[in-house]
Design a protein around this ligand. Structure first.
Ligand SMILES: Cc1cc2nc3c(=O)[nH]c(=O)nc-3n(C[C@H](O)[C@H](O)[C@H](O)COP(=O)(O)OP(=O)(O)OC[C@H]3O[C@@H](n4cnc5c(N)ncnc54)[C@H](O)[C@@H]3O)c2cc1C
Length: 458
């Protein structure tokens, strides 16, 4: 139990509100995106600025409290909230400054990718991120950042030029390739293990419109589609990305009524290249076989980025498992066929390409270690109904158990639940020891442990 006067002192030091169990906003403030997560922190601080973040870090350390740090609150394992301790919620820190001449943006850690897309699109620029605009910039970036632009522009961390951080001892540092280079290396994939990032400096790319959308085939054709996709995409120009998905077609536009609620497989494309060349790039897709739907067209990049926002609203039940994949072998495809029929309309399996520009960066150049993988796979059980929890969890686990032997070994940290230390180590592979040494230097007492935790080297 934290001392009452200490809490009063903290409250007095803050610009943002401090919420406790008796406060009206507490119930909504403790919720994160995944409705399965039900944790009750002692205090939630809605940080207004860096000074509030420093106060939270000092308060948690001095009072030996568990500290959870929240950006967008999207982490499926619920790592943006904890039981009993303190939550430093940065979601009100939403400043963005775009410098169109230098093609960079300074982004505060409470922004979502939708905030960034909005601010940068006005200048015909974009930063590589994910595929859903409500995801937090902070958690996604610190884990790596895999999305529509990865093949053409790299991971989000490959476009991170620097960051401002509050460390475990409450000090503030600006990190980049020249200042605190070890720390800068560690936060590019190592998650929130090393401090609280208060803002990110990103490189931007000239991206205004893209050619994107889904091509769908009946699930019965999944084996053929997967075999074609595994050969086609890695050989395609890097301006083309396309993640493979198994799904149930939602009963809403742009999908034609005859496809509603049908089990299908498909690819969601994003071509970030010359519009005149798009026909040639997509020609093999048409040649492969007549799809049930080919809804691909030119659109503003933020439109593609937010295309799934309406389907995946906050508060649903989520359970997922990930793996990196080098090769989609015939045996792996056979295992997919056994399990890929999704149990609910929102559940899915995605294979996100991580080749192209991602492979330009050396495996030890950042903490993200699976540079030689071809795909990041995620199996996601999702449903709005809490009664479906068991159904989606069992399906995800069974599917993952069947596919894991065909994987590269580790998983993308942002696609992991609480899966234990071995799994964290498998994910960082050869980079783990360096991360553990950096953890010892910057957070020896593991203040930042509500994450995929890296233990300080002995
Ligand atoms: C619907 C959905 C779609 C997704 N799509 C993609 C995708 O396309 N590509 C992709 O790469 N990932 C994707 N993800 C995964 C996503 O990257 C992770 O869930 C990520 O953790 C979300 O970041 P957040 O800031 O929203 O999460 P939070 O829950 O707020 O935080 C996640 C973790 O990051 C830490 N953290 C948060 N803010 C800070 C900070 N300022 N400083 C230090 N540590 C911090 C937290 O402590 C926690 O450990 C998706 C997730 C969902 C639910």
């Amino acid at each position: 139990m934290t001392d009452l006067s200490a809490i009063q002192d903290l409250r007095a030091a803050l610009r943002g509100p401090l919420l406790q169990r008796e406060d009206a906003d507490y119930e909504s403030a403790r919720k994160v995106y995944n409705g399965m997560i039900d944790r009750r922190p002692g205090q939630i601080v809605r940080c207004a600025d860096v000074a509030d973040v420093i106060s939270c870090v000092n308060f948690a350390r001095q009072n030996k409290l568990l500290l959870a740090v929240r950006g967008g609150g999207h982490n499926a394992g619920g790592l943006g909230v904890c039981d009993d301790g303190l939550v430093a919620d940065l979601s009100r820190m939403k400043g963005i400054h775009v410098d169109p001449q230098a093609r960079v943006a300074r982004v505060e850690a409470g922004c979502t990718w939708g905030d960034v897309d909005h601010a940068t699109h006005a200048f015909g620029l974009a930063c590589p991120s994910g595929i859903i605009s409500t995801t937090g910039v902070a958690g996604l970036t610190l884990g790596g950042g895999i999305g529509h632009l990865a093949r053409s522009c790299g991971l989000t961390i490959d476009n991170l030029l620097g960051a401002d951080m509050v460390l475990a001892d409450g000090t503030f540092v600006s990190v980049d390739e020249r200042h605190e280079p070890d720390l800068f290396w560690a936060i590019r994939g190592g998650g929130g293990n090393f401090g609280v990032v208060t803002s990110f400096l990103f490189r931007l790319h000239p991206v205004r419109n893209v050619i994107g959308g889904p091509t769908l085939w009946p699930l019965e054709q999944a084996a053929e589609v997967m075999r074609w996709y595994r050969d086609f995409l890695p050989a395609a120009p890097r301006q083309l990305s396309g993640f493979l998905a198994t799904l149930v077609v939602p009963p809403a536009p742009p999908f034609p009524p005859e496809l509603h609620m049908k089990h299908m497989c498909g690819v969601v494309w994003c071509y970030n290249g010359n519009a005149e060349q798009a026909r040639d790039v997509f020609e093999p897709v048409a040649r492969f076989g007549p799809p049930a739907l080919h809804a691909v067209g030119e659109m503003p990049f933020p439109a593609l980025q937010s295309a799934f926002d309406g389907l995946y609203t906050p508060g649903m039940q989520w359970y997922w498992r990930g793996d990196f994949v080098d090769r989609l072998s015939d045996e792996a495809i056979a295992a997919h066929l056994q399990h890929m029929r999704v149990p609910t309309m929102w559940s899915t399996m995605h294979l996100y390409p991580v080749d192209g520009a991602v492979h330009d960066v050396a495996e030890d150049a950042t903490a993200f270690s699976y540079r030689n993988a071809t795909w990041a796979q995620v199996i996601v059980g999702v449903d709005p109904d809490p009664d479906s929890r068991q159904l989606i969890t069992d399906w995800t686990r069974r599917y993952h158990d069947a596919l894991h032997p065909h994987s590269a070994g580790g998983a993308y940290v942002n696609f992991m639940m609480d899966e234990g230390q071995e799994r964290v180590q498998a994910t960082y592979r050869g980079n783990y020891e360096r991360l553990a040494r950096i953890k010892r230097r910057y957070d020896p007492d593991n203040l930042f442990r509500v994450n995929q935790n890296i233990r300080a080297a002995a």
